[in-house]
Design a protein around this ligand. Structure first.
Ligand code: PMP
Length: 318
């Protein structure tokens, strides 16, 4: 297996895909990126890429924000991605990282419109994001989630992640597995790389899109599954920090983290501290879908016109 990357129009070995030290995005975080998973299904020997199109739709919204104008259509971005994965020959779960960024090698220039654009896409083998088979421990971060009046958090912009990185590093240093960030008005916002949900009774609740969360693709999927498959009541509303302590269940959602149960918040167990039954049901459903084992959902989550790309005899389904 030799990983392949796409950089500015060309496929090349990942190890040859380099940028210069004057690259604008390296200095200022001027990029819009995605984190996409390819889930390997050993039974049928196929890689399933979940909601590829939706990821690129989000990235293109970030491009609009940053005045990045890519020479590729949405369909072409999807094709580039399936090519990168298939040409790399992975037979295991992968993480796919496309980034559109200000690639011009120009320092000391803060005008987005004066800078040229670049794009790369790479994929690397990727197992668990949060090392845990059960419920994780979280703390409330002392860093607040950045506000729409500062850098818009509804886009997945590279520089924005300093906010998450500071909170996550503090949480890990203090012995927790993950941090939960509050927004500027003090309500629960999200994890450092995940959206957050709580469960009470037959209700599943998550902060609204206006509360400075990243509009998560897994969040959208979970809302859909909770409402339409598990027949639960779904609420998008402001959530108080103290609600987390007394919820029946708390879980995080994200492409990397999947659906991750939270067992404690600020040293207080969530219910009995274990994975809750709603979380478990959502996890089972979600994993069967993203790995291509749930025929009912395959057409729903297909991307592109055919939904299947075939490169070098390997099938990439998305
Ligand atoms: N919030 C943040 C800050 C994230 O980085 C992510 C991961 N992209 C998420 C939420 C979850 O989004 P998604 O489900 O689209 O991966």
């Amino acid at each position: 297996m030799s990983p392949v990357a796409f950089l500015d129009g060309e496929y090349m070995p990942l190890e040859d895909a380099k940028v210069g030290i004057m690259t604008h995005a390296l200095h200022y975080g001027t990029g819009a990126f995605e984190g996409i998973r390819g889930n390997w299904n050993a039974n049928d020997g196929k890689m399933y890429i979940f909601k590829l199109r939706e990821h690129y739709e989000r990235m293109l919204r970030g491009c609009k924000m940053l005045f990045i104008d890519l020479p590729y259509s949405l369909d072409e971005l999807c094709t580039i991605t399936t090519e990168v994965v298939a040409r790399s020959g992975f037979q295991e779960d992968v993480y796919i990282r496309p980034m559109a960024y200000k690639g011009e090698e120009k320092v000391a220039n803060l005008n987005l419109k004066a800078l040229s654009d670049s794009f790369f896409c790479l994929a690397v083998p990727f197992g668990q994001y949060i090392e845990s088979d059960g419920a994780i421990s979280c703390c409330i971060a002392s860093y607040r989630r950045i506000d729409d009046t500062m850098v818009p958090p509804r886009f997945k912009l590279a520089g924005l992640y300093l906010n998450s990185i500071l909170a996550k590093t503090d949480a890990l240093s203090a012995g927790f597995d993950e941090a939960i960030m509050l927004n500027q008005d003090g309500h629960v916002c999200e994890g450092t790389g995940e959206n957050i949900f709580l469960v009470y009774g037959n209700t599943v609740a998550t902060p609204t899109l206006e509360s400075n969360v990243l509009p998560g693709i897994t969040r959208e999927t979970v809302l859909d599954l909770a409402r339409n498959e598990l027949n639960l009541k779904v609420e998008e509303r402001p959530i108080d920090r103290s609600e987390l302590y007394v919820a029946d269940e708390v879980f995080l959602t994200g492409t990397a983290a999947h659906i991750q149960a939270v067992g404690s918040v600020d040293h207080r167990d969530v219910a009995d501290g274990d994975v809750g039954s709603v979380t478990r049901r959502l996890q089972d459903l979600y994993f069967s879908i993203v790995r291509g084992n749930n025929p009912k959902f395959l057409p729903v989550y297909r991307c592109g016109s055919t939904g299947e790309g075939r490169v070098d005899g390997r099938v990439v389904r998305c």
